[in-house]
Ligand binder design. Structure first.
Ligand code: NDP
Length: 337
C-alpha cells in the first residue's frame, strides 16, 4: 500500500457519531525518521471513551482537537524501523489511531509476545485494558467478599462480562443487567451469572429487588443514569460502587440530572469511587497471572466483535451505544502477518 487512509475528526459530534463528523483522507505512507518506526495497524480498539474524547474537552487525556487523526488504541506490526528497540515484524500495541499506518518514536509502543496461546485480539480484551479494568475496578475498589451480592450493568459487554465472572470466582452472588434476551442467556447459561435482568423489558427496580434479596453490596456501574439511581436505592451498609463508566450519558445533548438519592451514601456509609484503567497499567503484572490462570481453567470467557474495514469505523462505534456489539468491539484494518 502506498496510501495511508485516515479518518480525521472535523466536528464534535452532537448525539450519536456521524460519518460527516470525520473526513476521509488519503496521504502517502510516511517514512520513519531517525529513532522512529512505521507501524501498520492491524486492529483498532473502539471504546465508549472514544465518544467522550470526541467532545474536545480535557479528560484523563488532553483535549482532542479537530483536524487530527482520530485517536484509538491499536495492535500492529512494525514495517520499517530506524529505532534500536524495534525490528520489522515485531507485533506492537500502541495508539496508532484511525488510520492504516502510524509513525512512532516507540514511547507509546509495547511489544507483544511472538509466541501466543491466545488470538491477537485478546490483547485488547482479556489481557489488555478491558481485563485490567474489570480486575482492578472490582478487586481494588469493589473489594468483593464471599457471599456479597454484586450487580453489574452492561453485563454482557467487554468489561461487564469479565467483571461478573471475576465476581463469581470471588464467590459473590452476581446479577447482571443487559439489553437483550440473548445477552441475558449468555451471561447466565455460559458465564455462570446467578441472574440476569433485561433492563429494556423488565422493571429494573422490581427485578433487582427479586434477585438481590439481601440487598446490593457492590454495584459495578458501567452506565450511570436511571440504573445507577435504582441500584443506589438498594445498597447495603458499607456498599462499594466502582464507577467505571456512564455510557447512558455519552451521547447526551443536554446536561443529565444526577441521581436524586445520593444522600443514601451517607446513611449507608457507602463508598462510590471513580477510576480510570490507565492508572493501573503499571500494575498489570499483578493481574495478568490471575487472568491467565482463570482463562486456562475455563473460568473466564470473552467474545470479540470484529468489524472489517477502516472505512466502516465511524458507523461501527455506534454499536456500543445501540447495544449491537457482541463483546469487545474491534475494527480490523489489515491482515495479521
Ligand atoms: P461494552 O462492550 O460493554 O459495550 C457497551 C454496552 O453498553 C453496549 O453493548 C450496551 O449493552 C450497553 N449500553 C449502551 N447504552 C446503554 C444505556 N443507555 N444504558 C445501559 N446500557 C447501555 O463496552 P466496554 O466494555 O468497552 O465499556 C463498558 C463501560 O466501561 C463503558 O461505560 C466504558 O466507558 C467503561 N470503561 C471504563 C474504563 C475505565 O478505565 N474506567 C475502561 C474501559 C471501559 P446492552 O445491549 O446491554 O444495552
Amino acid at each position: 500500500m502506498t496510501q495511508n487512509r485516515q479518518w480525521v475528526i472535523t466536528a464534535n459530534p452532537q448525539g450519536l457519531v456521524k460519518e460527516s463528523d470525520f473526513e476521509w483522507r488519503q496521504t502517502p505512507v510516511p517514512s520513519p525518521g531517525e529513532n522512529q518506526v512505521l507501524v501498520r495497524n492491524i486492529y483498532l480498539s473502539l471504546d465508549p471513551a472514544n465518544r467522550v474524547w470526541m467532545n474536545g474537552a480535557e479528560t484523563y487525556m488532553p483535549a482532542l482537537h479537530l483536524n487530527q487523526v482520530m485517536w484509538g488504541g491499536t495492535l500492529g506490526v512494525v514495517e520499517e524501523s530506524r529505532h534500536s528497540g524495534f525490528q520489522p515484524g515485531d507485533l506492537v500495541q500502541g495508539r496508532g489511531g484511525w488510520q492504516d499506518y502510524a509513525l512512532s518514536d516507540g514511547s507509546d509502543l509495547s511489544k507483544l509476545p511472538a509466541q501466543r496461546q491466545v488470538p491477537l485480539t485478546a490483547f485488547f480484551g482479556l489481557f489488555g485494558h478491558i481485563g485490567l479494568t474489570a480486575y482492578f475496578g472490582l478487586l481494588d475498589i469493589g473489594k468483593p467478599k464471599p457471599g456479597d451480592t454484586l450487580v453489574v450493568s452492561a453485563a454482557a459487554g467487554a468489561v461487564g462480562s469479565l467483571t461478573g465472572q471475576i465476581g463469581k470466582i470471588k464467590d459473590c452472588r452476581v446479577v447482571g443487567l443487559a439489553g437483550s434476551e440473548e445477552k441475558c442467556r449468555w451471561i447466565t447459561e455460559e458465564l455462570g451469572f446467578d441472574a440476569a435482568i433485561n433492563y429494556k423489558t423488565e422493571s429494573v427496580r422490581d427485578a433487582l429487588q427479586h434477585h438481590c434479596p439481601k440487598g446490593i453490596d457492590i454495584y459495578f456501574d458501567n452506565v450511570g443514569g436511571r440504573i445507577l439511581e435504582i441500584a443506589l436505592g438498594l445498597i447495603n451498609v458499607h456498599a462499594r460502587i466502582p464507577v467505571c463508566g456512564a455510557i447512558s450519558q455519552y451521547n447526551a445533548t443536554a446536561p443529565v440530572p444526577g441521581p436524586a438519592n445520593l444522600s443514601v451514601l451517607i446513611t449507608k456509609r457507602a463508598r462510590m469511587e471513580g477510576f480510570v484503567v490507565v492508572d493501573y497499567l503499571h500494575r498489570s503484572r499483578e493481574a495478568i497471572p490471575d487472568l491467565s490462570k482463570w482463562y486456562a481453567e475455563g473460568r473466564l470467557r470473552y467474545r470479540v466483535d470484529v468489524v472489517k474495514g477502516l472505512e466502516n469505523t465511524p458507523s461501527a462505534i455506534n454499536k456500543l451505544f445501540d447495544g449491537s456489539n457482541q463483546g469487545k468491539l474491534i475494527v480490523q484494518i489489515s491482515g495479521e502477518p
